[in-house]
Design a protein around this ligand. Structure first.
Ligand SMILES: NC(=O)c1ccc[n+]([C@@H]2O[C@H](COP(=O)([O-])OP(=O)(O)OC[C@H]3O[C@@H](n4cnc5c(N)ncnc54)[C@H](OP(=O)(O)O)[C@@H]3O)[C@@H](O)[C@H]2O)c1
Length: 350
């Protein structure tokens, strides 16, 4: 086959605040023929995640920063279009670190997290494997499990309208907890309560969000499913009950600041972790790869029986990934944010 031209984003500088064209450069490059032990994967859908913003920084993290000059790291679903590997046959749909590029060469050197071949026939649309049946749905499951909500307990969840929060809230509800979401905007809050079954949702843009949260948690807070950090987490900490649990999933309010020498970061109410004898557990979803099949099976069953719903924002065109990531980080998307890179309708089969 003739080798395609690749279009991709390379990280040129570490962003301050929003990601600019100078930070992530959109380039066109020719590709070499694949060699022995390699496969060529065409990216179909790219996952946009808050953690992309962390990877662009130099923060000491669970994974190395993206090196300057490198293709931007990203998780995607693609299709194998040429292969000299038995484990990645032509036509297979695969999940893995495609990067922010239209075509990706898969070989042992880049397979730090190997590509997974998706089941055939597919039990769900391809995008679901980047969201509800992928790393965000699995994070929601693990975070709720760690928080261990009991019937009648109050669980507060921040970034509740996002890919993780919207699933976590529904899972906590199924365990009998009273679920209070915090999200950006009246319409997102309405959707979470009326369509996804949250008990209450507080609009974080209201001037009196602290008072609204106090009113919504008259008996205090037993579980904090924490996605944002900053002032929201600080206020939630001040309302934790004795023996409360914090599932620390993310700190999105900080992610734009990791290249700044800022003293803005930090929490005042850490003392409540001590005074209320709280258990705080940070977790990273990829530490639980051995449980993915089990958890995906449970989430797929809940989807099948209609007890779990999910939202997606799908934006067409890889060239729009940088701008869409900025929008997603600012709350401009609902549920899982995904870029449609190429059509999967011209499906290849061997
Ligand atoms: N630990 C893990 O393994 C793991 C895995 C996946 C994700 N995560 C983390 O989980 C969190 C949610 O991820 P996601 O995939 O659900 O993200 P997402 O779908 O992109 O949603 C993120 C939402 O956070 C809200 N937000 C942004 N800035 C905020 C701020 N300063 N204060 C309060 N809210 C803010 C925005 O919603 P509103 O405007 O509606 O508030 C935004 O839409 C992130 O922190 C992410 O890093 C962790």
């Amino acid at each position: 086959m003739t080798t395609p031209t690749n279009r991709l984003f390379r990280l040129r500088s570490r962003p301050h605040g929003q990601v600019t064209e100078r930070d992530l450069e959109w380039v066109e490059e020719s590709m070499a023929e694949i060699g022995e032990g390699q496969a060529l994967v065409r990216t179909l859908y790219l996952s946009l995640d808050p953690t992309n913003r962390v990877w662009m920084s130099q923060l000491r993290s669970y994974i190395a920063p993206v090196e300057l000059g490198a293709v931007m790291r990203g998780l995607g679903v693609g299709q194998v279009i040429a292969s000299r590997r038995d484990d990645l046959p032509v036509g297979a749909f695969v999940l893995g670190f495609t990067g922010w590029q239209e075509y990706c060469v898969a070989d042992d050197s880049v397979l730090e997290f190997p590509f997974t071949v998706l089941p055939d026939p597919l039990p769900a649309p391809l995008t679901a494997f980047l969201g509800v049946l992928g790393h965000t749905g699995i994070s929601a499951f693990i975070g709720v499990e760690l928080g261990d909500p009991q019937p009648g307990e109050t669980l507060v969840i921040s970034a509740a309208g996002g890919a993780v929060g919207s699933i976590a809230g529904q899972l906590a509800k199924q365990r009998g907890a009273r679920v209070v979401g915090i999200a950006g905007g009246v319409e997102k809050c309405r959707h979470l309560v009326e369509d996804l079954g949250f008990d209450v949702c507080i609009d974080r843009h209201s001037n009196d969000w602290r008072e609204l949260l106090d009113d919504a948690t008259p008996d205090g807070i037993d579980i904090d499913f924490e996605n944002v950090g900053g002032p929201i987490m600080d206020h939630v900490l001040s309302r934790l009950n004795v023996g409360a649990r914090v599932s620390l999933c993310g700190l999105i309010s900080e992610y734009g600041n990791y290249n700044e020498h800022s003293d803005q970061l930090g929490l005042r109410n850490v003392n409540q972790l001590l005074m209320q004898r709280v258990t705080l557990r940070g977790f990273i979803v990829t530490d639980h790869i051995d449980r993915y099949a089990e958890i995906i099976g449970k989430l797929a069953a809940a989807l099948g029986e209609g007890s779990l719903k999910y939202d997606e924002t799908i934006v067409e065109g890889l060239e729009n990934a940088r701008e869409t990531l900025n929008q997603a980080l600012a709350g401009g998307t609902r549920g899982k944010a995904v870029i449609k890179v190429a059509d999967s309708s011209g499906v290849l089969r061997q």
